[in-house]
Design a protein around this ligand. Structure first.
Ligand code: FAD
Length: 192
Protein backbone atom coordinates (compact mmCIF):
# COMPACT_ATOMS: atom_id res chain seq x y z
CA UNK A 1 0.00 0.00 0.00
CA UNK A 2 1.47 3.41 -0.99
CA UNK A 3 1.83 6.07 1.71
CA UNK A 4 0.19 9.45 1.61
CA UNK A 5 2.86 11.82 0.15
CA UNK A 6 1.93 14.55 2.66
CA UNK A 7 2.55 12.11 5.54
CA UNK A 8 5.91 11.13 4.02
CA UNK A 9 6.85 14.78 3.73
CA UNK A 10 5.94 15.48 7.39
CA UNK A 11 7.82 12.37 8.53
CA UNK A 12 10.99 13.48 6.71
CA UNK A 13 10.64 17.00 8.08
CA UNK A 14 10.30 15.64 11.65
CA UNK A 15 13.46 13.54 11.21
CA UNK A 16 15.45 16.54 9.96
CA UNK A 17 14.14 18.72 12.83
CA UNK A 18 15.11 16.08 15.43
CA UNK A 19 18.56 15.75 13.87
CA UNK A 20 19.17 19.51 13.94
CA UNK A 21 17.83 19.88 17.51
CA UNK A 22 20.03 17.04 18.76
CA UNK A 23 23.22 18.37 17.21
CA UNK A 24 22.63 22.02 18.13
CA UNK A 25 21.96 20.97 21.78
CA UNK A 26 25.14 18.91 21.88
CA UNK A 27 27.15 21.69 20.26
CA UNK A 28 25.92 24.36 22.71
CA UNK A 29 26.39 21.99 25.64
CA UNK A 30 29.97 21.41 24.49
CA UNK A 31 30.66 25.16 24.25
CA UNK A 32 29.29 25.68 27.75
CA UNK A 33 31.41 22.98 29.28
CA UNK A 34 34.70 22.93 27.42
CA UNK A 35 34.70 25.71 24.92
CA UNK A 36 37.81 27.72 24.11
CA UNK A 37 37.02 30.17 26.95
CA UNK A 38 36.56 27.56 29.65
CA UNK A 39 33.58 26.21 31.49
CA UNK A 40 30.47 28.29 31.01
CA UNK A 41 32.44 31.30 29.88
CA UNK A 42 30.38 31.82 26.77
CA UNK A 43 27.35 32.15 28.98
CA UNK A 44 25.16 30.37 26.50
CA UNK A 45 21.97 29.73 28.34
CA UNK A 46 20.01 26.66 27.37
CA UNK A 47 17.92 24.29 29.35
CA UNK A 48 19.69 20.98 29.92
CA UNK A 49 18.80 18.66 27.11
CA UNK A 50 16.51 16.06 28.59
CA UNK A 51 15.28 13.04 26.78
CA UNK A 52 12.00 11.39 27.66
CA UNK A 53 12.18 7.69 28.33
CA UNK A 54 9.30 5.39 29.17
CA UNK A 55 10.22 5.35 32.89
CA UNK A 56 11.62 8.79 33.69
CA UNK A 57 13.33 11.90 32.38
CA UNK A 58 17.08 11.25 32.13
CA UNK A 59 19.83 13.81 31.69
CA UNK A 60 21.41 13.27 28.29
CA UNK A 61 24.33 15.63 28.79
CA UNK A 62 27.34 13.69 30.16
CA UNK A 63 28.17 16.64 32.45
CA UNK A 64 24.86 16.14 34.23
CA UNK A 65 25.33 12.39 34.63
CA UNK A 66 25.20 11.39 38.27
CA UNK A 67 24.12 14.86 39.38
CA UNK A 68 20.90 14.98 41.28
CA UNK A 69 18.12 17.32 40.31
CA UNK A 70 16.54 16.89 43.73
CA UNK A 71 15.58 20.23 45.27
CA UNK A 72 17.72 21.39 48.20
CA UNK A 73 16.34 20.98 51.69
CA UNK A 74 15.52 23.80 54.08
CA UNK A 75 18.61 22.83 56.10
CA UNK A 76 20.96 22.92 53.08
CA UNK A 77 19.56 26.26 52.00
CA UNK A 78 19.97 27.58 55.54
CA UNK A 79 23.59 26.41 55.83
CA UNK A 80 24.45 27.89 52.44
CA UNK A 81 22.80 31.20 53.31
CA UNK A 82 24.48 31.48 56.72
CA UNK A 83 27.80 30.63 55.04
CA UNK A 84 27.24 33.44 52.58
CA UNK A 85 26.23 35.93 55.28
CA UNK A 86 29.03 35.07 57.74
CA UNK A 87 31.63 35.17 54.93
CA UNK A 88 30.29 38.55 53.89
CA UNK A 89 30.54 39.70 57.52
CA UNK A 90 34.13 38.40 57.72
CA UNK A 91 35.01 40.54 54.70
CA UNK A 92 32.97 43.53 55.75
CA UNK A 93 35.38 46.44 56.23
CA UNK A 94 36.30 47.97 59.59
CA UNK A 95 35.39 51.32 58.09
CA UNK A 96 32.62 50.68 55.58
CA UNK A 97 31.51 53.38 53.20
CA UNK A 98 28.05 54.86 53.50
CA UNK A 99 27.12 52.90 50.38
CA UNK A 100 28.36 49.62 51.87
CA UNK A 101 26.33 50.19 55.04
CA UNK A 102 23.26 50.95 52.95
CA UNK A 103 23.84 47.91 50.71
CA UNK A 104 24.27 45.44 53.54
CA UNK A 105 21.12 46.67 55.28
CA UNK A 106 19.16 46.41 52.05
CA UNK A 107 20.59 42.96 51.36
CA UNK A 108 19.37 41.65 54.71
CA UNK A 109 15.95 43.28 54.27
CA UNK A 110 15.61 41.82 50.78
CA UNK A 111 16.65 38.42 52.11
CA UNK A 112 13.85 38.59 54.68
CA UNK A 113 11.37 39.22 51.86
CA UNK A 114 12.74 36.92 49.17
CA UNK A 115 14.15 34.01 51.18
CA UNK A 116 12.84 30.91 49.43
CA UNK A 117 11.43 29.34 52.64
CA UNK A 118 8.36 31.35 53.58
CA UNK A 119 8.21 30.14 57.18
CA UNK A 120 11.88 31.13 57.65
CA UNK A 121 11.42 34.48 55.89
CA UNK A 122 8.40 35.38 58.01
CA UNK A 123 10.26 34.50 61.18
CA UNK A 124 13.36 36.37 60.04
CA UNK A 125 11.28 39.52 59.39
CA UNK A 126 10.18 39.41 63.04
CA UNK A 127 13.76 38.85 64.18
CA UNK A 128 14.84 41.92 62.20
CA UNK A 129 12.07 44.06 63.67
CA UNK A 130 13.45 43.45 67.17
CA UNK A 131 17.10 43.45 65.98
CA UNK A 132 17.67 46.07 63.30
CA UNK A 133 20.81 45.51 61.22
CA UNK A 134 23.95 46.98 62.78
CA UNK A 135 26.60 47.50 60.16
CA UNK A 136 28.81 50.35 61.34
CA UNK A 137 31.94 48.20 61.18
CA UNK A 138 33.15 44.65 60.62
CA UNK A 139 32.93 43.90 64.36
CA UNK A 140 29.45 45.37 64.68
CA UNK A 141 28.04 43.53 61.67
CA UNK A 142 29.58 40.14 62.43
CA UNK A 143 28.43 40.30 66.07
CA UNK A 144 24.95 41.40 65.05
CA UNK A 145 24.78 38.54 62.53
CA UNK A 146 25.96 36.04 65.12
CA UNK A 147 23.27 37.30 67.47
CA UNK A 148 20.42 37.00 64.97
CA UNK A 149 21.69 33.59 63.86
CA UNK A 150 21.46 32.58 67.53
CA UNK A 151 17.90 33.90 67.73
CA UNK A 152 17.04 31.56 64.83
CA UNK A 153 19.06 28.74 66.45
CA UNK A 154 17.11 29.07 69.68
CA UNK A 155 13.76 29.16 67.94
CA UNK A 156 14.44 25.86 66.17
CA UNK A 157 16.14 24.13 69.11
CA UNK A 158 19.73 24.40 67.88
CA UNK A 159 22.69 25.12 70.18
CA UNK A 160 23.65 28.72 70.72
CA UNK A 161 27.00 29.73 69.24
CA UNK A 162 29.54 31.69 71.34
CA UNK A 163 29.86 34.93 69.43
CA UNK A 164 33.35 35.71 70.70
CA UNK A 165 34.41 32.81 68.46
CA UNK A 166 32.82 34.15 65.33
CA UNK A 167 36.06 35.46 63.78
CA UNK A 168 37.73 32.12 64.43
CA UNK A 169 34.84 30.22 62.83
CA UNK A 170 34.29 32.43 59.79
CA UNK A 171 37.07 33.83 57.66
CA UNK A 172 37.43 35.73 54.46
CA UNK A 173 36.93 33.94 51.19
CA UNK A 174 40.06 32.10 50.12
CA UNK A 175 41.09 34.05 47.12
CA UNK A 176 44.17 35.27 45.29
CA UNK A 177 45.43 38.68 46.36
CA UNK A 178 42.61 41.22 46.57
CA UNK A 179 40.39 39.65 43.92
CA UNK A 180 37.66 38.85 46.46
CA UNK A 181 37.46 42.09 48.37
CA UNK A 182 34.06 43.65 48.67
CA UNK A 183 33.71 46.42 46.15
CA UNK A 184 33.33 49.71 47.91
CA UNK A 185 32.29 53.12 46.76
CA UNK A 186 34.90 55.68 47.56
CA UNK A 187 35.28 59.13 46.20
CA UNK A 188 38.17 61.55 46.08
CA UNK A 189 36.74 62.91 49.32
CA UNK A 190 37.11 59.51 51.00
CA UNK A 191 34.24 57.29 52.09
CA UNK A 192 30.83 58.40 50.93
P1 FAD B 1 23.36 26.42 60.58
O1 FAD B 1 22.45 27.10 61.56
O2 FAD B 1 22.95 26.44 59.16
O3 FAD B 1 24.78 27.08 60.73
C1 FAD B 1 25.86 26.74 59.88
C2 FAD B 1 27.14 26.77 60.73
O4 FAD B 1 27.29 28.08 61.25
C3 FAD B 1 27.12 25.88 61.94
O5 FAD B 1 27.59 24.61 61.63
C4 FAD B 1 28.03 26.60 62.92
O6 FAD B 1 29.39 26.24 62.71
C5 FAD B 1 27.89 28.05 62.54
N1 FAD B 1 27.01 28.78 63.44
C6 FAD B 1 25.92 28.37 64.12
N2 FAD B 1 25.38 29.37 64.79
C7 FAD B 1 26.14 30.46 64.54
C8 FAD B 1 26.09 31.79 64.97
N3 FAD B 1 25.16 32.25 65.79
N4 FAD B 1 27.05 32.64 64.53
C9 FAD B 1 28.04 32.23 63.71
N5 FAD B 1 28.13 30.95 63.26
C10 FAD B 1 27.19 30.09 63.69
N6 FAD B 1 15.08 26.79 59.65
C11 FAD B 1 13.90 26.48 60.23
O7 FAD B 1 13.62 25.29 60.42
N7 FAD B 1 13.01 27.46 60.60
C12 FAD B 1 13.27 28.79 60.40
O8 FAD B 1 12.45 29.65 60.73
C13 FAD B 1 14.50 29.14 59.79
N8 FAD B 1 14.81 30.43 59.54
C14 FAD B 1 15.97 30.75 58.89
C15 FAD B 1 16.25 32.08 58.58
C16 FAD B 1 17.39 32.42 57.89
C17 FAD B 1 17.67 33.86 57.53
C18 FAD B 1 18.31 31.40 57.49
C19 FAD B 1 19.53 31.77 56.71
C20 FAD B 1 18.04 30.07 57.81
C21 FAD B 1 16.88 29.72 58.51
N9 FAD B 1 16.60 28.40 58.84
C22 FAD B 1 15.41 28.09 59.43
C23 FAD B 1 17.61 27.34 58.60
C24 FAD B 1 18.42 27.09 59.87
O9 FAD B 1 18.85 28.30 60.46
C25 FAD B 1 19.67 26.23 59.62
O10 FAD B 1 20.44 26.82 58.59
C26 FAD B 1 19.38 24.79 59.24
O11 FAD B 1 18.54 24.19 60.19
C27 FAD B 1 20.71 23.98 59.17
O12 FAD B 1 21.32 24.03 60.45
P2 FAD B 1 22.80 23.60 60.77
O13 FAD B 1 22.78 22.83 62.05
O14 FAD B 1 23.46 22.94 59.61
O15 FAD B 1 23.63 24.93 61.06
Amino acid sequence: MSENPVQVLFHNFEQVANFVQHHVSNFIGHLNSSGPFGRGSLNVSIKAPFVETTSSVQPRDPILKGKSSTPVTKEELGRATWTFLHTLAAQYPDNPTRQQKKDVKELVQILSRMYPCKECADHFKEVLRSNPVQAGSHAEFSQWLCHVHNVVNRSIGKPVFHCERVDARWGKLECEQKACEIIGTTSIFGNI
